[in-house]
Every structure is written in structure tokens, then in C-alpha cells.
Design a protein around this ligand. Sequence first.
Ligand SMILES: NC(=O)c1ccc[n+]([C@@H]2O[C@H](COP(=O)([O-])OP(=O)(O)OC[C@H]3O[C@@H](n4cnc5c(N)ncnc54)[C@H](O)[C@@H]3O)[C@@H](O)[C@H]2O)c1
Length: 281
Amino acid sequence: MDRGSIFGPGRTAVVTGAALGIGRALSLRLARQGMAVVMADLPGTDLDAAVTDVRAAATSGPGAVVGMATDVSQQDQIDRLKAGTLDAFGQIDLLVNNAVTRTGRGIDAELKGWRQAMEVNLWGPVMAARAFLPTLLENPAPTAIVNTGSKQGITNPPGHPIYNMTKSALKTYTEALEHELRNMPGNQGPGRLTAHLLVPGWTTTGKAEHKPGAWLPDRVVDTLLDGVTGGRFYIICPDDEVTAEMDAKRILWAAQDITENRPPLSRWHPDFAEAARDACS
Ligand SMILES: NC(=O)c1ccc[n+]([C@@H]2O[C@H](COP(=O)([O-])OP(=O)(O)OC[C@H]3O[C@@H](n4cnc5c(N)ncnc54)[C@H](O)[C@@H]3O)[C@@H](O)[C@H]2O)c1
């Protein structure tokens, strides 16, 4: 059974952060493809409106789409999300940890903001993966966990260190998760559970106005579906300003800060910025 079947009719997805942006677009696509979709987000009109729209588009009928008010930073709400999904659809095939908070900014931001960002962006996905793992593993069909990272968690640009830190930690966690899954004796063969790191580029989401250079969320969804179907772990999206080649050079440059004994974030250091621009263009 090929991995693309994960996104087919009769399968069930749980998407967090489903009220807006990439999570909403993904829910819409999966429901159009005939999947049952559980849309999890903080309670409110955004979630209600998104669920109404996705239900209207669901090829398996409106009953195939359920909205569940969920704060992913709360273990009891994650447990309720899993139990509610199993009650509604009896199985889980795909978990997409996509919810995000962008609290805080610089190094001097209040500790409360740092903690909140870690709770939502890191502990949310970790708690969800742990809670959903047994169900995903016992499913004989191919299943997947997709965690949504960011280029900011790889190249660490200045300006929003809290966010970068959460995404860097999520990358490390997801890499280790996939390593353990592929070495698990009971998780071998075509029906195995895989983990993936989705790394969107600049994407117009939330309630932001679309600007030239950014992708619309649907293109991220295309890349995600292709990536999981093709068995890729790192699913890195370019955008209309930054090509895949530029991304590769920026990632290499950041890694070489260590091997070349340069200062960290040297791409933005006055002594190295010009060389970085030349190397990464
Ligand atoms: N938009 C981009 O350019 C971009 C770039 C790189 C990575 N990403 C990543 O893609 C993912 C989706 O981003 P987006 O821009 O589509 O987001 P968005 O801001 O459009 O939506 C995020 C959703 O997460 C929900 N959320 C926040 N806190 C939550 C909580 N505690 N529990 C449950 N839901 C919560 C929000 O209510 C919102 O609906 C994120 O993980 C983000 O870090 C986005």
C-alpha cells in the first residue's frame, strides 16, 4: 500500500491549528479528498467558520468533519482530542501538529511569553505524538505524524529568538522520533508509521493580506502531500522569493558557522554578511 493512501477516502486526519492558514487549507484539501477530518484549534468564531466551510466541501458529507476546541498546550485537552476522534471515526491515520503561537519577540521578552511559546509549539506536538502513538502504531495501514517546523528553527535569523528556539527544538524532537520509529521492530514494512518535518516558506496565513513573494497555503499543502507520499522526512517549501537552491545554501552556511569557527548567525554579522550574501544567492 503506497504512502499516498494516507490521504485517501476512509482515512482519518487530526489537524491542529485548523482554524486559519495552513491548517485550514490542509483540512479543506483532506476533506475534499474524502478523508474524515478533525479540526482542532482554540474555541471561537474562527474555528466555527472554518469547520462550516470545510464541512460544506467534504466529499464524504458534512458528518466527516468535526471541530474540536482544543488548547494543544494542555495534556487533558490532547487526551480529549484523541478520545473524541476515536469516538467519532474509530481510527486515526494522520496527525498534523500545526498550531502555533508567536508570543514574545527579543531576548528581553517576558519569561511568560517564552514559556507559553514552548508549551504550544514544542510541548503541544510532543504531548500529541505521545498520546496518539499507540493508536497510530496499531493501525495496519500506513500512518504519519507531521510536525510543522520553520526555516527559522534551522537557520535562526535574528528578531524572534523565542519562535526560532521552539522550532529548532521541534526539529530535533521530530528527527529523533523518526529515528526511533524506523528502528522499532513492530513498525516495519509498507504499513509503518512515519514522522515528517514540514518546513513552510513565507506563506500568507492568519488574516494577513497576500503579498507578492509569499505562497498561498494551498501550495504548502501540495508540497506536504507530495513529500509524505514520496517518503521524504524534510519537506521544505520554497516561496516566490527564496528558491530551493537558496534554502540549501542558507542551511549549509548556518551549519558551517560551526565547522568554520565563525560567530553564530554570521549571515547577519557585519564581517561575514557580504560573503554570506554571495555564497547564498
Ligand atoms: N505562515 C508562514 O509563513 C509560516 C512559515 C514557516 C512556518 N510556519 C508554520 O506553519 C504552521 C501554521 O502556521 P500559519 O501561519 O498557517 O498559522 P496561523 O497563524 O494562520 O494559524 C495558527 C493557528 O494556531 C492556532 N493556535 C494558537 N495557539 C493554539 C493552541 N494553544 N492550541 C490550539 N491551536 C492554537 C491559532 O488559533 C490559529 O488558528 C505553524 O506551525 C507555523 O509555525 C508558517
